[in-house]
Design a protein around this ligand. Structure first.
Ligand SMILES: [Zn+2]
Length: 357
């Protein structure tokens, strides 16, 4: 910075603009921008993501920054400095699916006890707007920049980061970047994310249907299984040890449904995977072969354990074909950092989640 801005002045500016900033976050949260990897044309991640991107770029322009839409995949707002080399701030406007069990509609944001409640308010629309306001604050308080700053608004962070691939192939890269997408105050680095499909052949299963989970990085709050040849009376004794699971006879078959508590897989504390509720029922499902297929450490019972070696969720299970011969489990290893406390094995004891918004 060629002109310094005092912490006191920045704080006063932030308090003055607090209400306006909350309104801007809510503008974005109202758009249900769950990324669709199979979108097309000007909306490669679906129309809702395209709308969120347009709204995000409009906000940047309203607050005095030039902003560009990069083929509908992402956008960049620029504050030019004396040098072309830039500092990058990376945010994203896509969200994970809302899931069930919300106390109020997830895309009708409201403020409660100082928090904005709504899907995407914390991950990552709030931080995107906070970064924009940080730039605006410095600009309005007269800070001059040595380096340029570019604020990146992505649309596919939750579904594989195809937006970022496009960006790195078409735009000059920042020399240093900040990613306001973890817990406050700072995470020095992510140790890795792995989304994996585990597929195995299943012979002679009595499962007629089986499913749960909507995204690989969301802890599922619902799961179901439809079984043949298992009378209701046979599973009733197991229900006492499986809260959240219900069983009902259905035309000569047995339907099991499980309820859990949804949440982001990177922050599993306080969530309960519905698929994890199946553990007492595995023997009735005749699904698992006697041995894990190959050297995979992620065997389904492990997948259903929240903190096994940093594996934070089992997001989905489904059959690839009917009648079932193949089962697919999709698992997700979460962001593993001292600040996010998802990994008891590598990073030390699990800490309670500090706040959620
Ligand atoms: Zn995020």
């Amino acid at each position: 910075m060629s002109a310094a801005v005092s912490r006191q002045a920045a704080r006063a500016w932030a308090l003055e603009h607090r209400e306006e900033m909350v309104r801007d976050v809510m503008r974005l949260v109202r758009i249900p921008s769950v990324a669709e990897p199979a979108g097309s044309g000007a909306a490669p991640f679906g129309p809702a993501c395209a709308e969120a991107l347009a709204e995000g770029l409009a906000l940047c322009r309203e607050h005095g920054f030039s902003a560009r839409n990069l083929a509908g995949r992402c956008g960049v707002a620029l504050w030019p400095g004396k040098r072309a080399e830039s500092l990058g701030i990376f945010s994203h406007l896509d969200v994970v699916p809302a899931g069930e069990g919300w106390a109020s509609p997830p895309f009708e944001p409201r403020v409660e006890n100082g928090y904005i409640i709504g899907r995407g308010s914390g991950d990552n629309k709030g931080p995107a707007v906070a970064a924009l306001y940080a730039l605006r604050c410095l600009k309005e308080l007269g800070a001059g920049l040595e380096h340029s700053v570019q604020l990146y608004l992505g649309c596919s962070e939750e579904t594989g980061m195809a937006d970022l691939v496009y960006y790195t192939q078409h735009e000059p890269q920042p020399v240093f970047s900040l990613v306001p997408d973890v817990n406050f105050p700072v995470c020095c680095g992510e140790k890795g994310i792995l989304t994996a499909d585990l597929t195995c052949r299943v012979e002679g299963s009595n499962l007629l249907g089986f499913g749960g989970g909507v995204a690989s990085n969301a802890v599922p709050d619902r799961a179901f299984a439809l079984l043949a040849g298992v009378p209701l009376a046979e599973v009733e004794p197991l229900l006492a040890g499986a809260p959240g699971v219900e069983a009902a006879a259905e035309g000569g078959k047995l339907r099991l449904t499980a309820r859990g508590i949804a949440g982001h897989a990177a922050f599993p504390e306080g969530t309960e995977s519905a698929i994890r509720s199946w553990r007492p029922f595995w023997p009735k499902m005749r699904l698992l072969p006697a041995r894990p297929p190959g050297p995979w450490p992620f065997w389904p019972p492990l997948l259903a354990t929240r903190t096994a070696r940093g594996l934070t969720s089992t997001s989905g299970m489904k059959f690839r074909a009917a009648p079932p011969t193949w089962a697919v489990w999709r698992g997700w290893t979460g962001v593993c950092s001292p600040r996010t406390s998802t990994c008891a094995t590598v990073c030390g004891p699990t800490r309670p989640r500090s706040s959620a918004a």
